[in-house]
Ligand binder design. Sequence first.
Ligand SMILES: Cc1cc2nc3c(=O)[nH]c(=O)nc-3n(C[C@H](O)[C@H](O)[C@H](O)COP(=O)(O)OP(=O)(O)OC[C@H]3O[C@@H](n4cnc5c(N)ncnc54)[C@H](O)[C@@H]3O)c2cc1C
Length: 341
Amino acid sequence: MNHGLQIQENYSLRNYNTFNIDVSAARFVELISDDDIKKFVSQVKVLQPIYILGGGSNVLFLNDFRGLVVSIATKRIQKIDETESSIDLECAAGETWNDVVSFCVKNNYYGIENLVLIPGTVGAAPIQNIGAYGVEIKDILINVEGFDLDSKKLLTFTNKECEFNYRSSIFKTKLNGKFLITKVRVRLSKEKKYQLNYRALNEKFGNQNIESISIQDVANYIKQIRLEKLPDHTKLGNAGSFFKNPEIDIEHLEELKKQFKGIVYFAAATGNYKIAAGWLIEECGFKGKRIGNVSCYEKQALVIVNHGGATGNEIKEYAEKIQSAVKDKFRISLIPEVNII
Ligand SMILES: Cc1cc2nc3c(=O)[nH]c(=O)nc-3n(C[C@H](O)[C@H](O)[C@H](O)COP(=O)(O)OP(=O)(O)OC[C@H]3O[C@@H](n4cnc5c(N)ncnc54)[C@H](O)[C@@H]3O)c2cc1C
């Protein structure tokens, strides 16, 4: 049964995941309009099993997917409200996240510039509450609209109802796989203000008068750092940070500080401390260490890369080696940020 959807069979996902894993989907459909999404939701029960995919920049496929991969490709950036000091945008889930950032930077809409160059789509951005350089999407998000795939109802989640946390939200926890995000609404400031607390930004802009700093300056500087530090996934498959930064309590931190003078940590909102996962991995000797087709990136140990031809399982096994080394040395469990399928 196929009510007007262009479902394709045995579809290669090689170009639909930034790890460049050579897997395929038994069935594949691209939803390019609101109408496509409605058609899909109306028959979601008979189309199971399904997997919703945006840009594939936060997923690791271990095997071919035996069901239907649903690629969200709706595009739109629309102004929906404006005051003297702010502007509200409604963005379709399939819109490229960085295109929204570029649109805002071009128009001097402040608040989103630190999130420049994060790969992927708008619809996936709230799932793990994307963040970089001291800003998370929760800081600008008004609400999220989408379909509950059980009830097929169109629902709106306010910022608070999204239960945002560090690299997490209700969509990654209670509603994991059960909610199709169709639109994200964000509020940007028309008044100049920046989040420059992040060390590299503070060093660059901290002494400058805010009036002399343009939104393009901030976005360009972050772009420059990202391009230097992170691999280009079209050349070296990866999904950005593979693990979350783990959190430990003060007692554990004090013990580690005695043993490891250079430990990199920072205070978390919870009162505990976050340890830089990249530092832990580097201390265990994985930075640049290649096993088969897989390694940690030579410039940033937190990024696991596919040198070409790696399977999802090879990458998973490499990640497990890191987890067990970090556990043995620091008594810390690393939790993947990437969605393993
Ligand atoms: C080089 C590189 C750098 C990165 N840097 C950062 C960074 O600085 N900060 C950061 O937070 N992340 C970063 N990431 C991770 C990634 O870019 C983000 O997690 C991004 O939001 C994923 O978007 P996507 O469209 O590719 O999602 P996908 O990988 O396609 O999907 C991710 C998850 O979201 C679900 N999903 C996708 N779309 C929808 C939808 N419309 N409705 C419901 N569920 C959906 C999927 O089922 C999956 O569970 C980086 C990745 C790479 C490759």
